[in-house]
Design a protein around this ligand. Structure first.
Ligand code: NDP
Ligand code: MG
Length: 384
């Protein structure tokens, strides 16, 4: 088999680093041809010295200007800004683009890659939350595949192999419940960033870790599943599973339910997306069947964790709601981490910004980007 030529957008993040670990373990299957970071030039340069890619990108123009060329290998072309990202994502010698930037900022590179007909291994769920119908339509039109990296969606994708949406009655997304599972709203009033950043089962970047504590992550994943698998919103359900071993369930028309099990380790879904449909030994932790016992499942607490209902609402309403919810949440999470918004204020702020926006059922991309900016400004000054 020919090696797949991989570009990683967001290589210095949690998913980016795990992707490079997969590539390091599978050198005869994967070739790293490009890496992109935002501002972390030192780590990007170190990754380039290890993988010797053809392209390296610093998305932030100031970081690009300040970068020391001699830190990078001679054969690596150093690019800057959004144009650099687009150049990497569309390069002729790239087969698959790993979309692992955090937030709506990931839409640009994902869009460029799909528009060029590249397969995208998608970690950046925000892309589908903001512009699900436009992104999936673009992929279909260009004959590009969207391969899920998010563990729940990878589980669904794996269970669906050989079937279509028409065979499926229900998809049940599992979630750990986060660090605040079992807590009441009263108990969460004074929740701190340090407490919220202590995730019980996954080690991830700060934004998605806070999203996991509010259950906004599961909300975004409901929307992601809706677009990725062309499901009706009422076919999607969420169940709390504290061990993070079962990564989701698919229930078929005949009543059979398939789940995918593995320890919580993103290297497995990343590898599956990159090598699909092949399965080969890789670096991901393996399930220890002898130690396996007591998998628990319980309904989510939608009263305390208000964000979850927002996800179902946005999945059902579509239109401009996803872009607005996502932007408000990004800003609210930033404010919570900065200490200017209480924990429960995150969902409340999102609710308020969503309710205040000018709804449009079929917005074009530029309208979504304008609403993204509007919602960020609203969330930045929201006071409850
Ligand atoms: P991190 O915060 O760890 O990494 C983010 C990456 O994106 C970094 O490489 C960062 O560069 C880059 N970046 C940040 N802002 C920008 C920007 N404005 N423009 C371009 N690049 C930018 O995030 P994660 O790896 O945790 O998450 C990445 C995505 O994957 C998110 O969408 C998340 O929801 C999704 N995901 C993550 C999982 C996980 O286990 N971490 C699991 C499932 C999904 P720099 O380092 O230079 O700042
Ligand atoms: Mg997930």
């Amino acid at each position: 088999t020919a090696r797949k030529r991989v570009a990683v957008l967001g290589s210095t993040g949690s998913i980016g680093v795990s992707t490079l670990d997969v590539a390091r373990h599978l050198p005869d299957r994967l070739e790293v041809v490009g890496l992109a970071a935002h501002t972390n030039a030192a780590q990007l340069a170190e990754q380039c010295r290890a993988f010797r890619p053809r392209y390296a990108v610093l998305c932030d123009p100031a970081a690009f200007t300040a970068a020391v060329r001699s830190d990078f290998p001679r054969e690596t072309e150093l690019l800057g800004g959004p144009d650099g990202v687009a150049k990497l994502a569309t390069a002729a010698d790239v087969d698959v683009v790993v979309s692992a930037v955090v937030g709506a900022a990931g839409l640009h590179g994902t869009w460029a890659a799909l528009d060029a007909g590249k397969d995208v291994a998608l970690a950046n769920k925000e892309t589908l939350v903001v512009a699900g119908p436009l992104v999936t339509e673009l992929a279909a039109r260009r004959g590009a595949r969207l391969l899920p990296v998010d563990s729940e969606h990878s589980a669904v994708f794996q269970a669906l192999t050989g079937y279509t949406a028409a065979d499926v009655t229900r998809v049940v997304l599992t979630g750990s419940g986060g660090p605040f599972r079992g807590k009441t709203a009263a108990e969460l009033e004074a929740a701190t960033p340090a407490q919220a950043l202590r995730h019980p089962t996954w080690k991830m970047g700060p934004k998605i870790t806070i999203d996991s504590a509010t259950l906004m992550n599961k909300a975004l994943e409901v929307i992601e599943a809706r677009w990725l698998f062309d499901l009706r919103p009422e076919q999607i359900d969420v169940i709390v599973h504290p061990e993070s071993i079962v990564h989701s369930f698919v229930e078929f028309a005949d009543g059979s339910v398939l789940g995918q099990l593995s320890p919580p380790d993103m290297r497995l879904p990343i590898q599956f997306a990159l090598l699909y449909p092949d399965r080969v030994p890789g670096p991901a932790k393996r399930l220890d069947w002898k130690a396996l016992s007591g998998l628990r499942f319980e309904p989510p607490d939608r009263t305390t964790f208000r964000a979850l209902d927002l996800g179902f609402e946005v999945a059902a309403r579509g239109g401009t709601t996803g872009a607005v919810l996502n932007a408000a949440n990004e800003v609210a999470v930033g404010r919570f981490l900065a200490g200017t918004l209480p924990f429960l204020g995150i969902a409340a702020c999102c609710r308020a910004v969503l309710d205040a926006h000018d709804f449009d059922a079929a917005p074009p991309l530029d309208r979504l980007l304008a609403l993204d900016r509007w919602a960020r400004a609203e969330a930045a000054r929201w006071q409850g």
